[in-house]
Design a protein around this ligand. Structure first.
Ligand SMILES: NC(=O)c1ccc[n+]([C@@H]2O[C@H](COP(=O)([O-])OP(=O)(O)OC[C@H]3O[C@@H](n4cnc5c(N)ncnc54)[C@H](O)[C@@H]3O)[C@@H](O)[C@H]2O)c1
Length: 270
């Protein structure tokens, strides 16, 4: 069991998350899998969770994490996840609210967005992060901790083609600031990470959807998306994981309520 300071010999440098117990949601795929793998390499005990139990268990095994089945939009699941992690490890130092969904097939302009799509996307992307933060506060109280919420560049620029998704990620940004201020005196930090376009199954799905809606090739869509990134390259899971490790680590002990863009310059572009 960790959760207490690890003693270090003089001059010895430990990995950034040594001694930390972390929950990472959406760990079966993409960014969550990369974050879980990087956290393990940085010395954390990682409990990875996902709604997709088969893929989640396999992913966790591949990177040395534990796995729990979990729908982030169901409050009872959060109660069960925290109870199991507390029982096994005695505390939770880090929560990474990473799980999220895209808009699904087809275009998603304000005209085209159906009420049920809006509710589904907001429920998982904003509601799931709210529930995670709410239960993290209860379980981190007394011990302190760090919450990292996965938002998006879509919270920082207008997204008229991803209406509900952009709104859900803006909700995550504002929720992050509220949690940060609310819990600051309790040594519970809360920050958001804003990826731009990162090569994961979610982005590949977006290429397929946009190509399908506009009747163009996926290659054309990729080329057009690349032109919107000032650095001219897609980000990688490792780029995002590095930012999450930093915000979750004690190196960021004076950082709370912040937004860290990892987007090749997208959000800085007019
Ligand atoms: N890939 C990008 O370019 C990009 C950009 C900005 C933000 N993001 C955000 O990063 C996060 C991870 O995205 P990704 O690209 O790795 O996507 P992904 O689709 O590869 O992985 C998302 C994971 O979340 C899980 N999940 C979905 N709904 C869930 C639920 N209700 N409960 C628990 N788990 C659930 C999925 O099963 C999947 O394993 C998301 O919040 C996404 O919005 C991604």
């Amino acid at each position: 069991m960790f959760c207490s300071p690890i003693s270090v010999g003089e001059g010895q440098v430990l990995p950034a998350l040594t001694g930390k117990v972390a929950i990472v949601t959406g760990g079966a795929s993409g960014l969550g899998l990369e974050i879980g793998r990087t956290f393990v390499a940085e010395g954390a005990v990682v409990v990875s969770t996902d709604i997709n139990a088969d893929a989640g268990a396999a992913a966790a095994e591949s990177c040395g994490a534990e796995f729990l089945s979990h729908d982030v939009a169901v409050e009872e699941d959060w109660v069960a996840v925290f109870a199991q992690v507390m029982a096994r490890h005695g505390c939770v130092d880090i929560l990474v609210n990473n799980a999220g969904i895209g808009e699904g097939l087809g275009a998603a302009t304000p005209d085209e967005t159906r009420w049920e799509d809006w509710q589904r996307v907001l429920n998982v992307n904003a509601g799931g992060v709210f529930l995670g933060c709410k239960h993290a506060l209860v379980n981190m109280r007394g011990n302190g901790g760090a919450i990292v919420n996965m938002s998006s560049v879509a919270a920082l620029v207008a997204t008229p083609f991803l209406t509900a998704y952009g709104a859900s990620k803006a909700a995550v940004l504002q929720l992050t600031r509220s949690i940060a201020v609310y819990a600051a005196k309790e040594n519970i930090r809360c920050n958001s990470v804003h990826p731009g376009q990162i090569e994961t199954p979610m982005l590949q799905g977006l290429f397929r959807d946009v190509a399908h809606s506009n009747r163009v090739s996926e290659t054309d869509v990729r080329t057009e998306f690349l032109q919107r990134i000032p650095q001219g390259v897609f980000g990688t899971g490792a780029d995002i994981a590095a930012a999450v490790v930093f915000l979750a680590s004690d190196a960021a002990k004076h950082i709370t309520g912040a937004q860290l863009s990892v987007d090749g310059g997208m959000s800085a572009h007019p």
